[in-house]
Design a protein around this ligand. Structure first.
Ligand code: HEC
Length: 194
């Protein structure tokens, strides 16, 4: 009787363990073993996954998820949205005014912040799924050199801090690109402004 009771408890414990493990096993972390879980790259991915702004619905189909999360980490912690999302925060959601933060998901990364004659462009995926209409190699080249190969020869980005961003590793730039591929495609911000 006692033994049967124990067995039942053991079964219950195993079932619970299996149940709690199941959603984990189904998630993208399943690809990650214990050693990589402690690595810097992976903790950045985990953080990146947590800090996708609420309301920004990612399309992960056909994307390398670990890279998407690392890209989110970079984009959402290094100020890309300060310039490429306008206004950066929704009404009532501006942390600089002491309000509970709410990033402007409706215009997320669709550009529109003006700096004199320069406007931060839309970095969301175009109809072909290309962020800012750039292939991955063109994207890397633009950030490394400050020259978008679609622009007239000799033109150099004047506001974009490409000399800093372009020093990231190729993997980091690929991660940014992969994240931008996953964010919602939006038309150019219809209300640009300073
Ligand atoms: C200080 C504001 C600012 C910040 C911060 C910023 N950008 Fe930009 N970015 C711009 C502006 C403005 C342009 C348009 C070109 C110009 O005149 O500099 C631009 C252009 C670009 C382009 C070229 C796109 C095209 O169509 O030519 C890419 C790619 C880009 N930014 C990515 C990023 C990423 C990724 C980050 C964060 C790591 C970032 N930007 C941070 C202002 C900014």
């Amino acid at each position: 009787m006692h033994a049967a009771h124990l067995t039942r408890r053991t079964c219950l414990a195993l079932a619970l363990a299996a149940a709690s493990a199941a959603p984990y096993a189904a998630g993208p972390e399943a690809e990650v073993d214990a050693a990589t879980a402690l690595s810097d790259t992976n903790s950045r991915a985990m953080r990146g996954r947590e800090i996708v702004p609420p309301g920004v619905i990612l399309n992960l189909k056909g994307k390398q998820r670990n890279l998407v999360w690392q890209g989110s980490y970079i984009v959402n912690t290094t100020g890309c949205i300060d310039c490429h999302t306008h206004p950066t925060y929704s009404p009532g959601g501006d942390p600089f005014q002491g309000q509970p933060e709410r990033v402007n998901a409706e215009q997320y990364m669709s550009g529109g912040r003006q700096f004199g004659p320069f406007t931060a462009p839309n970095l969301t995926p175009d109809n072909a799924g290309r962020p800012a209409g750039l292939t991955r190699e063109e994207f890397v080249q633009t950030l490394r050199t400050g020259h978008n190969p679609h622009d007239p020869a000799g033109e150099i980005l004047q506001v974009m801090p490409w000399p800093a961003v372009g020093k990231m590793t190729t993997r980091d730039l690929y991660a940014i690109y992969e994240y931008l591929r996953a964010i919602p495609s939006l038309p150019d911000n219809p209300h640009p402004g300073p």
